[in-house]
Design a protein around this ligand. Structure first.
Ligand SMILES: *Cc1c(COP(=O)(O)O)cnc(C)c1O
Length: 451
C-alpha cells in the first residue's frame, strides 16, 4: 500500500502551549484590535500564519551549536563556522554577516547604486524595493506575464522575462544598471520558484553586458527543491548540488537567514568582488558591527551555520513543500480560490474571488483575514488594498507557514477553518478605515465593519 500521510521528519522534544479562546472572546479581541490582526496580542492567536520569517523551530543540532557560540568581538570561531557553511553552499569569496536581510540590502545598494540607476528583479520584495529607492535608484519588476495571473498554473512562475530584461538594458543603457537581481523563490509573487534554465539565461544576458547578477536568496532551499521535482535533468541531484549550481551562475547574494537559514534572526551579504567587499565591510562597521559578527551574537552565527545545511535536507524539504501544497490543494478542491500552484512557504487566498460581493473599497482581504481569526483563531495577513492602497493589483490573504512549527493535524484544522469560512462567505461584511498612518498604514490601521 502506498503511504499517503505526510509525517513530520522530526520528533518533538520541547513544546510550547497554544491557547484556545471562545468565539465571543475573539470577537471582543478583534474589536479591541480594530479588526487589524497586527494589533492582536500573539498569546490570543491559536495558529499564527502572519509570517514565516524568524518564526521557525530550531533543531537539537542548532541548539547544541548555540552553546558553542564564541562571543569574541573579532575573529570568533563561530564566524569561521558560519563562513565555511555558507561558502560550502553559496561558493562566494566574501561572506558578510548582517542582523537581517534588509541590512544586507541597504549595504549592497548603498555601495552599488546612485541616483538615476535602475535595478531589475523578477519581483522586488518590499524591503528590497524600499532599499533600492532609498539609494536613489529605480526598482523594476520583470517577472514573466504568467507570474501576474493568480489562477494560472505554471511550474516556474517566478521566472524573469528575459526579453524584457534585454529591452530594459537597451532602453536605459548598461551604465545605469549597477546590478540585476533574482529573488528565489519569488516571495511577493506568491512564493513561486525560478528555474535553473531561467537563471542561466538571465546570467548570460547579464554577463554579455557586464552586469553583476545577485540573488535575493531568502528561500533558496525551497527553490532548489522545486527545480529538483519540476525541471528536467535535476531529479537525481541533491538540493545542495542544485543550490551550488544556481549560485555559481551569479556574483553574490543578499540573504535573510530568518527564512531558509532556519534561524530566528540574522542574514548575510556575499560577493566575489574584492573592492565591493571592502566598501561593504566599511559600511558594516558603521551601523552593524565588526565584519566577523555584523550585529549578530556568536550563537546566532552558529544557529545559521547549522540551519543553512538542514534547510537543504531532502526529508525536510519534501515534508515542507508537500505540507504547504496539501493545505492549498485541499481547500482548492472545494472551490476556494488560491494563487496557483501552491508556493513553497505560503498559500495565498484570492480575496476578490472569495468575496465577490465586497467592493475593493471595503477591503475584502482584511475582511477575510478577520473572519479567519473569528472562526478559528488563525492569524494571516492581508496583501492588497490595505497594504498597498489603490496601487494594489490583487487582493490576497497570505497564510505563511512557519518552518517545523505546526504538525499535520494543525494543517487539517486550518483546512476545516478555511472551508467553514468559505461555506459562510456570503455573510462576511466589508470593513472601513477609521484611522490610517501616512505610510505603511497596514501595520497600525484601525477598521470597523460596514453595516
Ligand atoms: C524577508 C525577506 C527579505 C528581508 O529580510 P529581513 O530578514 O526580513 O530583513 C528580503 N527579501 C525576501 C525575498 C524576503 O523574503
Amino acid at each position: 500500500m502506498p503511504i499517503k500521510t505526510i509525517i513530520e521528519p522530526f520528533r518533538i522534544k520541547s513544546v510550547e502551549p497554544i491557547r484556545w479562546t471562545t468565539r465571543e472572546q475573539r470577537l471582543q479581541l478583534l474589536r479591541q484590535a480594530h479588526y487589524n490582526l497586527f494589533l492582536l496580542p500573539a498569546v490570543d492567536v491559536l495558529i499564527d500564519l502572519l509570517t514565516d520569517s524568524g518564526t521557525g523551530a530550531m533543531s537539537t543540532h542548532q541548539w547544541a551549536a548555540v552553546m558553542e557560540g564564541d562571543e569574541s568581538y573579532a575573529g570568533s570561531r563561530s564566524f569561521e563556522r558560519f563562513r565555511a557553511s555558507i561558502q560550502d553552499v553559496f561558493g562566494y569569496r566574501h561572506v558578510i554577516p548582517t542582523h537581517q536581510g534588509r541590512a544586507a540590502e541597504r549595504i549592497l545598494f548603498g555601495v552599488t547604486c546612485k541616483k538615476g540607476d535602475v535595478v531589475p528583479n523578477n519581483t522586488h520584495f518590499d524591503t528590497t524595493r524600499a532599499n533600492v529607492e532609498f539609494a536613489g535608484a529605480e526598482a523594476v519588476d520583470l517577472v514573466i506575464p504568467e507570474g501576474r495571473q493568480p489562477a494560472l498554473a505554471h511550474p516556474f512562475k517566478g521566472n524573469m522575462d528575459v526579453a524584457a530584461l534585454e529591452n530594459l538594458i537597451d532602453r536605459v543603457g548598461r551604465d545605469r544598471i549597477p546590478l540585476a537581481m533574482l529573488t528565489v523563490t519569488n516571495n511577493s509573487g506568491g512564493g513561486q520558484p525560478v528555474s535553473m534554465e531561467n537563471v542561466r539565461h538571465v546570467g548570460k544576458v547579464c554577463r554579455r553586458h557586464g552586469i553583476p547578477l545577485y540573488f535575493d536568496a531568502a528561500r533558496f532551499a525551497e527553490n532548489a527543491w522545486f527545480i529538483k521535482v519540476r525541471e528536467e535533468g535535476y531529479s537525481d541531484k541533491t538540493p545542495k548540488e542544485i543550490a551550488q549550481e544556481m549560485f555559481s551562475l551569479g556574483d553574490g547574494c543578499t540573504m535573510s537567514a530568518k527564512k531558509d537559514g532556519l534561524a530566528n534572526i540574522g542574514g548575510f551579504l556575499c560577493t566575489n568582488n574584492d573592492r565591493l567587499a571592502q566598501q561593504e565591510k566599511d559600511l558594516l562597521i558603521l551601523t552593524e558591527g565588526y565584519p566577523t559578527y555584523g550585529g549578530l551574537a556568536g550563537r546566532d552565527l552558529e544557529a545559521i551555520a547549522v540551519g543553512i545545511q538542514e534547510a537543504l535536507e531532502e526529508d525536510y524539504l519534501r515534508y515542507r513543500i508537500s505540507s504547504t501544497a496539501y493545505l492549498g490543494d485541499h481547500i482548492a478542491a472545494q472551490g476556494v480560490p488560491i494563487v496557483q500552484p501552491p508556493g513553497g512557504h505560503a498559500i495565498y487566498l484570492d480575496a476578490r474571488a472569495f468575496l465577490p460581493h465586497l467592493p475593493v473599497e471595503q477591503f475584502p482581504g482584511a475582511a477575510l483575514a478577520a473572519e479567519l481569526y473569528l472562526e478559528g483563531g488563525v492569524r494571516s495577513v492581508e496583501i492588497g488594498s490595505l497594504m498597498f492602497g489603490p496601487a494594489a493589483q490583487m487582493e490576497l490573504v497570505r497564510l505563511a507557514i512557519p518552518r517545523r512549527v505546526y504538525t499535520q493535524s494543525h494543517i487539517d484544522y486550518l483546512v476545516e477553518v478555511i472551508l467553514e469560512v468559505w461555506r459562510n462567505r456570503e455573510r462576511i461584511r466589508g470593513l472601513r478605515l477609521t484611522y490610517e498612518a501616512p505610510f505603511l498604514r497596514h501595520f497600525t490601521a484601525r477598521l470597523e465593519p460596514v453595516d
